[in-house]
Design a protein around this ligand. Structure first.
Ligand code: ZN
Length: 482
């Protein structure tokens, strides 16, 4: 039983009336994952602590409120933890919900690819990401403007054909053939459904988008299947002269033609002619052939324009630290959760589900701030904010000053560790660099002048600070009232 089911089961026993709603229940508990072996360092492990919560509302408007509360609370939590995170619009289709957001931290060790913008807060996973394409000019019609066969001997790839005809791949159609296996209720393959996808010549199909559009993950069609179905050699498949399904549900005996949105409104394109060594010019979608549907099927690439602000998009790997999604009626329906509404009528509460991987906050912080010598933690989650390091504990003036500084900083409410080991300064500095303490106070010869060095671990920036003003200094940089 998943935690959603456990919570729904409790709700089934506890919730009777609309008057009890809304409810938000949370727990902090260990979770286990069946990993053959841990990967990505400490990011993927078999056991981890999870904060998860569940909301129950009387209607969708109530769920919107609970969802927004979590969204904002999660932003505050990750802000306070000092994480540089992105809020990513995600697809929650697999979980049966509708709206979903992931809180992601960029790191090369991450498992997910995220498209984001430095100019605004746009961020989306590859499955959801879009971009604004630069307009590209259509070719002028040739001849009488009707589909025109051209001899393209031996030219199969998009690039070859474009070069051969002296046009850009952006004026070409890329034709991809897939086979979807429709399953019957027993889960057996009951039917094969051909799906042909048209993309702009230079664009890449995103399989997750195709999967979401087709409702199943189709496999590439085999050459023999293409020949049998479309009477076309595999390298020369095109959309003309094939009777496509007008409606993917009603015309279930006909192949589906999905055309990427980037081709909508384009004219005089070039595609395969379903004949060896021939292509067709003057092809206009919606006029010369009729797509079953237009859909966003394209993979965004780095450098394309942000759909919000137009700045270049970037693509990075990232790790998820939090996830919120609307479960909708999935569990209340399947498990029979009902409450009485104002009129005494039984209604289904609507649910949301929200989670934070607690240790991931720490591991993501380490991934976010590290170099060859170790790492630095945001001050809010660092076990110690300041390490006080006397360079020579045998020097009484140095030792006394270090002890005094540490004592005053502790009294002011800072988390301080005093490294009073009898070690060489190099050893102490190396250890301090290694363990993530964001600030180091080096107490050395300048004690006689009444100053010490404060080192910011992240940038290694060094500042001389007057010993008498050390508490005020940290109150300033760590923004504390003392
Ligand atoms: Zn932007």
């Amino acid at each position: 039983m998943g935690d959603e089911e456990v919570m729904t089961d409790i709700a089934r026993k506890e919730l009777r009336s609309y008057k009890q709603l809304p409810q938000i229940w949370y727990q902090i508990a260990p979770k286990f994952r069946d990993e053959p072996r841990p990967r990505s360092g400490l990011l993927r492990v078999r056991q981890f602590m999870m904060k998860d919560s569940y909301s129950f509302d009387i209607d969708a408007a109530g769920l919107d409120v609970s969802y927004k509360k979590h969204y904002e609370a999660y932003c505050r939590i990750f802000d306070r933890c000092g994480l540089k995170y992105m809020v990513v619009e995600a697809d929650s289709g697999a979980m049966g919900g509708k709206e979903s957001h992931e809180f992601m931290v960029r790191t090369p060790a991450g498992e997910d690819q995220i498209v984001s913008c430095d100019g605004c807060d746009y961020a989306a996973n590859m499955e959801k990401a879009t971009s604004n394409l630069e307009a590209w000019g259509d070719l002028a019609p040739e001849g009488d403007g009707k589909p025109l066969p051209v001899h393209t001997p031996g030219q199969k790839t998009i690039e070859d054909v474009a070069k051969f005809l002296g046009v850009s791949p952006k004026n070409k159609i890329k034709t991809l053939a897939y086979m979807a296996e429709e399953k019957d209720r027993a889960g057996k393959t009951s039917k094969l459904r051909p799906i042909v996808v048209l993309m702009r010549g230079d664009h890449q199909l995103n399989e997750a988008k195709l999967n979401a559009t087709a409702g199943t993950l189709p496999r590439p069609m085999e050459e023999g299947e293409i020949k049998a179905l479309f009477k076309s050699p595999a390298g020369y498949l095109g959309p003309l002269g094939i009777e496509w399904a007008r409606d993917s549900k009603k015309d279930s005996d006909k192949p589906v033609l999905l055309v990427d949105k980037a081709l909508e409104g384009r004219a005089n394109l070039i595609a395969g002619a379903n004949k060896e060594d021939y292509h067709l010019k003057n092809l206009t979608p919606g006029k010369d052939f009729h797509p079953t549907a237009y859909a966003d099927l394209r993979s965004v690439t780095a450098g394309e324009a942000c759909p919000n602000c137009g700045k270049p998009l970037r693509i990075d790997t990232a790790v998820e630290v939090g996830h919120i999604f609307k479960l909708g009626y999935r569990y209340s329906e399947s498990m029979g959760l009902r409450v009485l509404d104002k009129n005494g009528k039984e209604v289904m509460p609507i649910m949301g589900c929200y989670g934070i991987g607690i240790e991931r906050i720490l591991t993501a912080a380490v991934e976010q701030g590290n170099d060859n010598d170790g790492f630095w933690l945001p001050t809010t989650i660092a076990p110690f904010e300041i390490v006080v390091a006397p360079v020579n504990v045998k020097d009484e003036a140095v030792r006394n000053a270090a002890e005094d500084i540490a004592k005053r900083l502790v009294a002011a409410g800072f988390d301080v560790v005093l490294d009073d080991r009898d070690e060489r300064p190099g050893v102490k500095f190396k250890d301090a660099d290694l363990v993530g303490i964001p600030f180091r106070v080096t107490v050395g010869k300048k004690v006689t002048e009444g100053t010490v060095e404060v080192v910011l671990r992240e940038t290694r920036e060094v500042r001389d600070v007057t010993i008498s003003a050390i508490v005020e200094h940290f109150q300033g940089v760590l923004r504390r009232a003392g």
